[in-house]
Every structure is written in structure tokens, then in C-alpha cells.
Write a protein of this length. Sequence first.
Length: 398
Amino acid sequence: MRGNVVWMVARREIITRMLTKANIISMVVMLVVILAGAGVGRYFLEREQGPEATRIAVDQAAAALGEPIAAAAGPDVDLEVVTMTDDEARAALADTDAEEQLDAFVVGDPASPRVVVAEQADAQVLDTVTAAVRAYVVADQIGELGGDPAAFEQAMAAAVPQVEALDPPDAGFDGAAFGIATVMISLLLFALIGSGSMIAMGVVEEKTSRVVEILLSTIKPTQLLAGKIVGIGIYGLFQVVVLGAALVVATRILGVDGISVDIGSAMIWLVVWFLLGYLLFALLFGGFAALVSRQEDIGSVTTPLMFLLFVPFYVTMFLVPNDPDSTLVRVLSQVPFFAPFMMPVRDAFGALDGWEMPLAIAIAAVTIPVLIWLAARVYQRGVLHTGGRMKLTEALRG
């Protein structure tokens, strides 16, 4: 029966808070901004990248240069080598409006070919063909002398000095990890502030309108507070999941590949820490808001709680990227009010030992029952109090 009462209150909060026209419009606007921004970013990225591939043609006589040209270009260069006749290649070079432009045509003896271009040879293309011709000549000469060209190439590749540093530098700042971590904890901060403020305003609104007196004639104060926290928590979780999913889609639209952060895993941990962080902060917002009776006084109880949110956020932003393994960061990341911000960021930087995340979750889970007792006691004593602001010590004494 008690669970049904809590769910009824939660359902009321979902309908009155989450399903309002203003919330629906704001959510749609944020989604459109995120996805449209990603689309615009993709357009400018592709525009800056220029042509997608370099195309070099060889005739039948120079066909032996195909593989050396591809090898000389390296794996990071998008290069296509095709075989064409003289007439086909010259026509392709002259057709500047073709969908796939031909950059050069290599013709003749592989040891001394001619490179035909439309107007002016691209320096990178010319360097690639030159390196390929030299590689071909070296392999050909070694073969004529009875050697193994493949073994020679392996020996040349291994003929490099090995460097040993007595004090090797750090790997360096991981910009991708920092960007993703910043987005994650910013989304977390946004959701916690919005949810906490909504709980506080709801408590004070019910006191001001005297609706709480009617509600408490049929249900217990703890049931009313629990239902309010559950209902608004569902709304906050919905925000985190939807906006988080939109950000993941945005990274796919932008074509962000090869980064060191597992975005899917990071979003799962973001949801976990939102749930824990929400319980930690929502209990305080809901309980302490009962100390005041007017909307004008709500800032006196929410301002300290806002500092309790912003301090861990900015400490995380300044400390973790500089040294995610420092002793101070390790200790603070186990503190319940710091852990929801620090743990996702340290995880994004790959700076967590296997025991740190479970320990932080366990400490937060143990702290929540204490906050439940504190919030319930303050709420029960203050929710029916009218007039001036009730002192916290007075509410705790009962």
C-alpha cells in the first residue's frame, strides 16, 4: 500500500512537471540544436578536408609501380592506383568536372617513367611516385644480384636506433577524453540543478498554497517527499538518457573515430552516477526546502546546495585533467558529493584502478540512508511550519 501511495505522488509529479508544454518544447529545442549543430560541424569538417582521395593511373608498361606507389603513400593517405590506357588517362586528366579527378598518369619504363599531369604536378604526388620508382629500382637491382628484395626491405625497416629515456615524459593531454568528460559532467550538473530546483520549488509551492495540509491529511510526510523525489527523478533520468543519446548520435554524425574513450561505456556510467548523485542531492533539496514558507526565501536554502554542486564540478574540471592519478584526486573522488563528477571524468581518462569505482559506489550507497533520515526528519518538522524560516537545528531537535 505504501508503495502505491508513493507511486501515485510520483505519477502526479511526472504529469505536472515532465509533461508540461514548456518542458516538451525545451527538450525538442535542445535535441534539434545538438543534432543540427553536429550536422553543420560535419559540413565544415568535410569542406576543410577537401578531396577525399588521390588517384594515380599507370599504363601497362608501368603497372609494376602500382604496389610501390601504394606502399610509398603510407596507410594514412587515401590513395587509389588504377590502370588506364594512354587515351583514357589523358581524357580523364582533361575532364576537370569529373566526379573522380585523376591527379597523375605514370607511363613508360618503371625504372624511369614519365608523369603526365593536367597542369602542374602536386608535390605530394610527385614525391610518392619518386619514392615508388626508387623502391622499384632498388628491389630490381637486388634481385639481379641474387638477393631477396623482401628480406632487404625488412632489414632496412629494422635498421633504426632504439631510444631509451631515463625520465620519459607523460603521454600528454588527451583532448578527446577531456572533451567527452566535460560534456558528461556538464550534462550531469545541468540535470542535477534542474531536478533539485524543481523539487525545492515544488515543496515551497505546496506550502504556500496550503495544498500540503490537504495531502498530509491522507498520506505521511515521508511518502509525499519520497513520491516527489521519485517522480522528478524519473524526469531527470529521462533528460540524461535522451540528451546523452543525442550527444552519442552527434559524435557519429561528426565522424569522431579513433578516440581513446568508449563513449557507450561512458554514457552507462553517467546514468549510474546520475542516479546516485540525484539521490544524494535531491534528498537535501527536498528536505531543506521545507524550512521556508515563501518563494522569496527559497534562495536561502538552495544557494548553499548549489555551491555543493558547483564546487565538485569546478574542482573536477581543474584537478582531474592535470593529474587524474594524484593522491588528492583519488581521495576526493571517494567523497560522495565529489564522486558523481570525478569518477566519470577519471574513467574517461583511463585513470581508475579496478577497486576505485566499486568503493566509491559503496560509500555513496551507505551515505544515502543517512541523508534519507536527515531529509525525512527536517521535512517532517518543517513542512507544516508557517511564518519565518525555520532553523535547521530547530528542525533536527523537533
